[in-house]
Design a protein around this ligand. Structure first.
Ligand SMILES: NC(=O)c1ccc[n+]([C@@H]2O[C@H](COP(=O)([O-])OP(=O)(O)OC[C@H]3O[C@@H](n4cnc5c(N)ncnc54)[C@H](OP(=O)(O)O)[C@@H]3O)[C@@H](O)[C@H]2O)c1
Length: 264
């Protein structure tokens, strides 16, 4: 269970949900974990659990919406951890909103946290991975990137951007020792669905526990694959959509209309 012993892992958005789950599992498997988010008290709770297994683990309170804070986080991680072997770009916000009620500043805010901040952090930490010719970049995308979930156009676009960036980066780095994993959570039981200032979730899908997502990520790391869907059946949904986009989108629109039938 100590296969990550001595590895230095930076996890963004680790004050709750998937980020907290991944950070704690890396610590349990022997890694020194660095975690960050805005909510200090929640971060401290996660850090306490990480330190039970990995006493050198640490945390930084930071707002990834601010590019200067992203740069400061990268520098602090390099100095205080002595380097970053595995970067987990996990922090994200949904801002579920029907496109008729969407404004540009909301789209920019979503792109900023879900896309520009992980890209900035990646570009800051990639050189030291390349110097060692070793490293892993785990980017948490979403099934929304491929399944065009309704009422989430800003979120879907930000996650599609994460996916496109990650896949292109993986090709650029193919011959190096730096490997990329793109994670596609389906519906995972976290705070993401009870955040204020978001439309209700439309999908009537039973969420899976964070532990199932964490197990899926570690199994994917073991296999050295480039992408992982959790639950796995979302991969079939994504290929089904790719095979017939028209059918998939019209089916989604019909489903949304049926959900709103009672509103009229
Ligand atoms: N849950 C799902 O079904 C699902 C599905 C697909 C994809 N995802 C993705 O999984 C990732 C984790 O989400 P989750 O489901 O675990 O939800 P969550 O519990 O709400 O976690 C989101 C994390 O991001 C952090 N964060 C948000 N804005 C931030 C900011 N400006 N600066 C720093 N940290 C920030 C939050 O911490 P603070 O609030 O403390 O800053 C929190 O730790 C996200 O990228 C999400 O899009 C989740």
């Amino acid at each position: 269970m100590n296969e990550f012993k001595g590895q230095r892992v930076l996890v963004t958005g680790a004050s709750s949900g998937i980020g907290a789950g991944l950070a704690e599992e890396f610590a349990r498997r022997g890694a020194v974990v660095g975690i960050c988010a805005r909510r200090e008290a929640r971060l401290d709770e996660v850090l306490t659990r990480c330190r039970e297994h990995s006493p050198e683990s640490r945390r930084w309170v930071c707002d990834l919406a601010d590019p200067e804070e992203v740069d400061r986080l990268a520098s602090a991680a390099l100095v205080e951890l002595g380097g970053v072997d595995i970067l987990v770009n996990n922090a994200g916000i949904p801002k579920r909103r029907h496109v008729t009620r969407l404004d540009t500043s909301t789209v920019e805010a979503v792109m900023n946290i879900n896309f520009f901040s992980p890209v900035r952090l990646t570009l800051a930490l990639l050189p030291q991975m390349l110097e060692r010719d070793s490293g892993r970049i785990i980017n948490v995308s979403s099934v929304a990137a491929t399944l065009s979930s309704p009422g989430e156009s800003a979120y879907d676009a930000s996650k599609a951007a994460v996916t496109a960036f990650s896949e292109s980066m993986a090709v650029d780095l193919w011959e190096t020792g730096v490997k990329v994993l793109v994670v596609y959570p389906g519906l995972v039981d976290t705070d993401l669905f009870s955040l204020p200032d978001n439309d209700p979730v439309l999908a009537a899908i039973e969420p899976v526990p964070v532990s199932e997502l964490v197990d899926g990520v570690f199994a994917a790391l073991d296999r050295g694959v480039i992408q992982v869907y959790v639950p796995e059946y979302f991969a079939d949904l994504a290929s089904g959509k790719a095979a017939d986009v028209e059918r998939f989108l019209s089916g989604t629109a019909k489903y949304v209309a049926s959900q709103h039938a009672g509103d009229r």
